[in-house]
Write a protein that binds this ligand. Structure first.
Ligand code: HSE
Length: 430
């Protein structure tokens, strides 16, 4: 058998432990498949003595992950610490600069600095791989870079955060409000004490920037993603979505438009019967639309020790087998700077929920605001009449320009009979 692939692990949290469990438990199988052993040589974490689900005594220990990155015995460093800069960035840079390959689960770092790190890897004959950074166990990085390499991708979209999907699914199943379900998810340990990366869309937007980079050959650029989270999604909107044949999902969408590349991450209504509409709970899903393949849908676990460990080991197996690919599927020198299509140029249907006084002429005033922006109504629901109480009006529109819709909403919000800020959600045709 060939020489072992020598691995250093920086970070022994959930993903690090899950990865070691696979490397320890499946050592023979992996060696048989790769034709060489995958040998963990060294590890580094904040605490050496913390109880862990896997033994680490057999490995060289480093308090400082930068020293681990400098260990000449290593072929590859696993960056499983996280953080969009700081020590994670230093470790990644140090390992790549020394010609060691890096497998990174760090979507935040890569979404901000992926282009720079890919160039550093190539300049030093190293590989930068990040299957575990996007959608956990779903092998979507490999699918886009390799399995779909013959396609011109028109659109790639998906549910990229399990915590948000769990919250939205539970809200739908129970009729409860966002705050209530979030508090429960935190108590059960599904959501972090600071849930903002998950529920404000940031984590998913990091992943979308990486998917867009691979699908469209552009430099990953988190700051070019339009991001809206799910805090404003109300139980009542979820119920209306159900009635209209939709589900509300936090979707990341990257698509080629006539003017450039749109990258947006926001809650939206999707047909309840669509593959994405059916993905519930903590699951992730990614759909790639290619000119040759048509629509390819990938569903699986987007987080957790074993699923994410599975993705780390997939990248390690590539390295062990001598399969080398560019981080984003093209030589990093050719990564383009995307011409961004702003969200104001989005064209599509919308759902609107207004809270209005129930009296003659209100609907006509609302209709005037929409007509003046050339927005055409498709359906309307009004009920629950109760004397002296404002009533909800729910509308869906035909395709309209986002900029026009925003103008219409501004005008509607200014009507005297409109008692609360209008709620709007985009409806996506999938
Ligand atoms: N916190 C993420 C999720 C997983 O809930 O899907 C890590 O990106």
């Amino acid at each position: 058998m060939n020489e072992a692939l020598r691995i250093g692990v920086a970070g022994l949290g959930t993903v690090g432990s899950g990865t070691l469990a696979i490397l320890q438990g499946q050592a023979e199988l992996l060696a048989a498949r790769a034709g060489r052993r995958l040998e963990v040589v060294a590890v580094s974490a904040r605490s050496r003595t913390k109880p862990r689900p896997v033994p680490i005594d057999a490995y060289r220990w480093y308090d400082d992950p930068l020293q681990l990155a400098a260990d000449p015995a290593l072929d590859v460093v696993l960056e499983l610490m996280g953080g969009e800069d700081g020590v994670a960035l230093e470790v990644t840079r140090a390992a790549l600069a020394a010609g060691k390959s890096v497998v990174s689960a760090n979507k935040a770092l890569l979404a901000h600095r992926g282009g720079e790190l890919a160039r550093l890897a190539e300049a030093n004959g190293a590989v930068l791989a990040f299957e575990p950074a996007v959608a956990g166990g779903i092998p979507i990085v490999k699918a886009l870079k390799e399995g779909l390499a013959g396609n011109r991708v028109r659109r790639v979209y998906g549910i990229l955060n399990g915590t948000s999907n769990y919250i939205l699914s539970t809200m739908r199943a129970t009729g409860r409000d966002f705050a209530d379900v979030l508090a429960e998810a935190q108590a059960l340990g599904y959501a972090e004490a600071d849930p903002s990366f998950d529920v404000d869309g940031i984590d998913a937007a990091h992943k979308l920037a990486l998917l867009a980079a691979i699908a469209f050959g552009v430099e990953p650029a988190f700051d070019q993603v339009h991001v809206e989270g799910i805090r404003q999604v109300a139980a009542t909107d979820i119920a209306y979505a159900e009635e209209l044949g939709y589900r509300i999902k936090l979707l990341g969408i990257a698509e080629a438009t006539d003017h450039g590349l749109a990258q947006r991450l926001h809650p939206c209504m999707v047909p309840a019967t669509s593959p994405i509409g059916q993905v519930e709970g903590v699951f992730n899903a990614v759909v790639a639309e290619g000119d040759a393949v048509g629509v390819a849908t990938f569903v699986g676990r987007g987080a957790g020790d074993a699923p994410t460990g599975s993705a780390v080991v997939a990248d390690l197996m590539d390295l062990a087998r001598g399969h080398r690919s560019h981080a984003f599927g093209v030589p990093s020198a050719t990564l383009a700077t995307a011409r961004i299509t702003p969200i104001s140029e989005r064209r599509g249907a919308y759902y609107l929920r207004l809270t209005v006084d129930d009296r003659a002429g209100v609907l006509a005033d609302v209709a005037t605001c929409l007509r003046e922006q050339n927005v055409s109504v498709e359906t309307m629901i009004q009920r629950h009449r109760a004397t002296d109480q404002p009533v909800p009006i729910v509308l869906t529109t035909h395709e309209a320009d986002e900029a026009a819709m925003r103008e219409a909403l501004r005008a509607i919000a200014a009507l005297r009979a409109v008692r609360e800020p209008p709620r709007a959600l985009r409806i996506e045709t999938l």
